[in-house]
Unconditional design. Structure first.
Length: 255
């Protein structure tokens, strides 16, 4: 392959992602890196700071917010040669090592898109399962468009069902499936320390999405609780108050 990579203008990246990525939506972006074939952009990788307040500390307590990036979008032209995605990701890792102080990358694979994270597995990311989000989340179908809660709040200023039904009487709330979570430690010198401090164990890669639904009730293991959660034990089970974000209208815990 004679491809090259370089930073690209965020507006150019945004146009390409909205046009070509399956989500057709823009996202958090700190660095937009393009894959070039003879001067033509044939791929885009978007890295942004994680949105969730507790995401960074859910990896290890000793990481700071400016040491973690999330791979939020990845797109390549459909006719790109085999292994182009893994080649491109590897080159973005090299660029991040040389040009930033980032220590860890995080990304999620969405079973609602029938995604397992094959590209993460091919590039040796660490898999932490799909139980890192303990509070059930929902997507929202408003006027025919399926939207994330953050987008709903940004657009309409609320996520309350009664308010949204005034906007669209046919409004639907869709239960999210549990996403697969992957980590990548950029520097060998940091690997041993970070691995010993992880709050979630590393487990084998998933082969399917059969366990991505929500069981009845909420099961919480004592060892997974963080400082951001308020927990107590009642009759042998744990109760907890969720960390509330997005103007207090959507509650989620990331640990």
């Amino acid at each position: 392959m004679e491809y090259t990579i370089d930073l690209i203008d965020k507006n150019i990246a945004k146009d390409l992602i909205i046009k070509n990525h399956y989500s057709h939506k823009w996202t958090s972006c700190r660095y937009a890196i393009g894959l070039f074939d003879k001067g033509k952009i044939i791929g885009v990788a978007v890295y942004g700071f994680p949105v969730g307040r507790q995401t960074v500390k859910s990896i290890t307590s000793n990481l700071e917010n400016n040491e973690v990036l999330e791979l939020t979008r990845l797109w390549l032209e459909d006719d790109a040669p085999k292994n182009s995605e893994s080649y491109f990701l590897g080159k973005t890792f090299d660029w991040l090592r040389k040009n930033t102080d980032i220590k860890v990358l995080i990304s999620y694979s969405d079973p609602m898109q029938d995604h397992l994270g094959i590209i993460y597995q091919a590039t040796n990311w660490l898999y932490q399962g799909n139980n890192t989000m303990l509070i059930k989340g929902y997507l929202h179908k408003i006027n025919g468009e399926i939207m994330h809660p953050r987008s709903v709040v940004a657009l309409y200023g609320t996520i309350k069902e009664d308010d949204i039904k005034k906007i669209d009487p046919n409004y639907e709330r869709i239960e999210m499936k549990k996403k697969h979570r992957y980590l990548y430690i950029l520097h060998k010198k940091d690997r041993k320390k970070i691995m010993t401090e992880l709050k979630h164990k590393i487990i084998p890669y998933p082969k399917d999405n059969l366990n991505c639904g929500w069981e009845k009730g909420l099961q919480i293991s004592e060892g997974c609780l963080t400082d951001a959660q308020f927990s107590h034990k009642i009759n042998g089970s744990f109760c907890q108050t969720a960390v509330t974000c997005w103007c207090g209208l959507f509650s989620r815990i990331l640990i």
